[in-house]
Design a binder for this molecule. Structure first.
Ligand SMILES: Nc1ncnc2c1ncn2[C@@H]1O[C@H](COP(=O)(O)OP(=O)(O)O)[C@@H](O)[C@H]1O
Ligand SMILES: [Mg+2]
Length: 357
């Protein structure tokens, strides 16, 4: 049987570019070679798209960008001229692909942009579609949809850049709506804890807001939730979903910030999470319900806080980390779906969804 042609996209014009390189390196090394033929498309931090025919090793270090064999390559939005337009030294040609696997985290990849491009191109795309990706990328919209679905989230306020005109008034308003400190301040559309801070007083809130606005035009401020950080991996389309046994993260830092996630490697991952069987079952059910509520497909990691007496949803990551130390592949492995099989299933789910229209 002819191999299925997959374009793996990696890097991306995102603050999570480096994480994507590591995720993509693992994905590329684990895609079943007997079934799939892979075309690598790297996207630089500045947003330049290139076909990369070189060694996978050079992806995770970032050296791939300087490979002399790289050449400009883009997804054709023209659904008749389907595939990747490669602009080689002998002229442009179309490289046919059967599906796209965006291994991109954060903006310009996990946020619906690439998913929309694939929809225009008529190419199946692994994971969530444009709308569900966009909903999950924007924490204020995720809150709104989950509120409507009756799923508990932290109490929150969403502000836009205009508040910077009178930040004291904005702080008064936030304090009165959230009822006091500590709070968490986050860019509405970032990830990997970039721009996230904990504010214990007004001074920190003011500073946190300014930092968060450096990452986008919308900022979400939430009341602090005291609880265990528990994550659940969801896999499937429609209502035919698998929710993993959840795992728990105990951050090495005050909270699960960028360094705790990727640099220090000292945050503790426990699978299964140290919660009761009742909490486990409830959380798995909410994870599936939330995935369905946002219109998810393929996969997502649904993150929660498990408090003394409640389960609060924190966020839904539609392209969760796929590095060797990442929770999503570990959770799936734990329920008997090893990494290569997981990738196979994800690609098949994309092809199925596309054929169902
Ligand atoms: N409301 C909150 N209460 C307590 N801790 C929080 C809250 N929001 C975020 N955090 C902490 O900050 C981390 C990053 O926030 P999160 O919303 O998950 O953003 P990101 O999308 O960048 O991962 C979380 O893993 C958690 O440790
Ligand atoms: Mg998070």
């Amino acid at each position: 049987m002819a191999k299925i042609k997959i374009a793996v996209l990696f890097g991306g014009a995102s603050s999570e570019h480096e994480v994507s390189l590591v995720s993509a390196y693992s994905v590329l090394n684990n895609i079943p070679q007997d079934k799939y033929e892979v075309t690598c498309i790297g996207i630089t931090k500045k947003g330049h798209w290139m076909y990369y025919p070189g060694e996978y090793e050079h992806i995770k270090t970032g050296e791939w960008e300087n490979d002399p064999d790289c050449c400009t390559a883009v997804i054709s939005p023209d659904s008749l001229n389907k595939g990747i337009i490669v602009m080689g030294s002998d002229g442009a040609y179309i490289r046919r692909v059967d599906a796209v696997f965006p291994v991109l985290h954060g903006v310009n990849g996990e946020d619906g942009t690439v998913q929309g491009l694939c929809a225009l191109a008529g190419l199946p795309c692994v994971g969530c579609d444009m709308t569900s990706s966009a909903v999950c990328m924007d924490k204020s919209i995720t809150h709104t949809i989950l509120d409507t679905a009756g799923i508990k989230t932290a109490k929150y306020v969403c502000i836009q850049r205009d508040v910077l005109g009178d930040i004291e008034k904005a702080c008064d308003d936030i304090e009165s709506r959230l009822g006091g400190y500590p709070m968490f301040v986050k860019p509405a559309c970032a990830g990997s804890s970039v721009g996230v801070s904990r504010a214990a007083d007004r001074e920190a809130l003011r500073a946190g807001i300014k930092v968060a606005f450096a990452h986008g035009n919308k900022v979400v401020i939430e009341t602090e939730i005291i609880g265990k950080e528990v994550e659940c991996a969801v896999l499937g389309n429609g209502t035919d979903l698998i929710a993993s046994i959840p795992g728990q993260i105990t951050p090495a830092e005050e909270f699960y910030d960028y360094d705790a996630k990727y640099k220090l490697g000292t945050s503790v991952l426990d699978i299964p999470a140290k919660i009761t069987p009742e909490e486990t079952e409830k959380l798995r059910a909410i994870a599936k319900q939330a995935f369905h509520a946002v219109g998810g497909s393929g996969f997502a990691r649904v993150d929660f806080f498990v408090t003394k007496d409640d389960i609060i949803l924190n966020e839904i990551n539609t392209i969760p980390g796929f590095t060797p130390i990442s929770m999503y592949p570990k959770l799936m492995d734990n329920i008997g779906i090893p990494y290569p099989e997981l990738l196979d299933r994800l690609i098949q789910l994309a092809l199925e969804r596309y054929s169902e229209g």
